[in-house]
Write a protein that binds this ligand. Structure first.
Ligand SMILES: [Fe+2]
Length: 265
């Protein structure tokens, strides 16, 4: 059995300003960390935290240090991939000690966690919201999946490799989704694709593999598929996803704790 907890889109800023003058994202993440620590009484086998991009709001070194100091309260290994708000070199420097990043090039990595092969892919194109997998990242993915053969695999990338229906988010989606899908369609093992970016949980089918997006602890996007949908976020806090492999993957959304119980039937 292997359990990995996924957090996404923490959007941390250095101390002081709020995101869009509205969101205190550090405080939202701190609340989620308290929630996760309570959860660990029930799931004491969480092996690591995966953070699926937009760790920082502004890509600054100070924001990564602040993120790391909040996450250190969990005392668990933390593995990250970049999102469109991140800055590749600042991120590489901040997380070099985790030994997953190469010294140059895209921030792609592969690490065996218990029974699961965890792969992180870099879709960041600095200066733009949309994502793209560089040819060397696609090559890395193909090679890594070939080496893994058919072992259980979790593959993380920030931008959802599927159309979400939220049009202003799809306009900054993953540009080369088809190339990505072609590569994973050849993989014969169990594959769970996980992503972030859209600040809500959505499940999609990718050539018969399941893809899931994670909610964000700091804000959400309403599921409004009209072309006239107002562009912006809702200041609604959400939680994270717990992925558990025990002869098969199960993924559970862990929302903020509301309500009380359990009450006997
Ligand atoms: Fe994003």
């Amino acid at each position: 059995m292997t359990t990995i907890l996924q957090i996404s889109d923490t959007h941390i800023l250095p101390e002081g300003p709020l995101v869009s003058n509205v969101l205190d994202t550090a405080s939202s993440l701190e609340k989620l960390i308290i929630r996760i620590n309570q959860l660990r009484v029930k799931h004491n086998d969480i092996e690591c935290i995966l953070v699926s991009g937009d760790i920082s709001e502004d890509g600054s070194s100070d924001s990564y240090q602040r993120f790391k100091s909040i996450m250190s309260l969990l005392e668990l290994p933390v593995y990250v991939i970049p999102g469109n708000h991140d800055a590749r070199e600042n991120m590489r420097e901040a997380f070099m000690a985790e030994n997953i990043f190469t010294k140059t090039g895209p921030l792609n990595w592969h690490k065996k966690i218990g029974h699961i092969n965890l792969i992180g892919l870099d879709t960041l194109v600095e200066g733009q919201g949309g994502g793209y997998l560089m040819p060397e990242s696609l090559e890395y993915l193909e090679k890594t999946l070939n080496n893994i053969k058919s072992e259980p695999t979790m593959l993380a990338l920030h931008h959802p490799p599927f159309e979400t229906g939220i049009q202003f988010m799809d306009s900054i989606g993953l540009e080369n989704t088809n190339e990505f899908k072609n590569i994973i369609s050849n993989f014969t093992g169990e594959l769970r694709v996980v992503c972030g970016h859209i600040h809500c949980m959505m499940v999609a089918n990718l050539n018969n593999h399941i893809a899931i997006s994670s909610p964000s602890p700091c804000s959400s996007f309403e599921y409004d598929t009209r072309s006239s949908a107002p562009v912006g976020f809702i200041n609604e806090v959400d939680g994270c996803l717990l992925h558990r492999w025990n002869n098969g993957f199960k993924s559970v959304r862990i929302g903020p704790l509301v309500g009380s119980g359990p009450f006997p039937f």
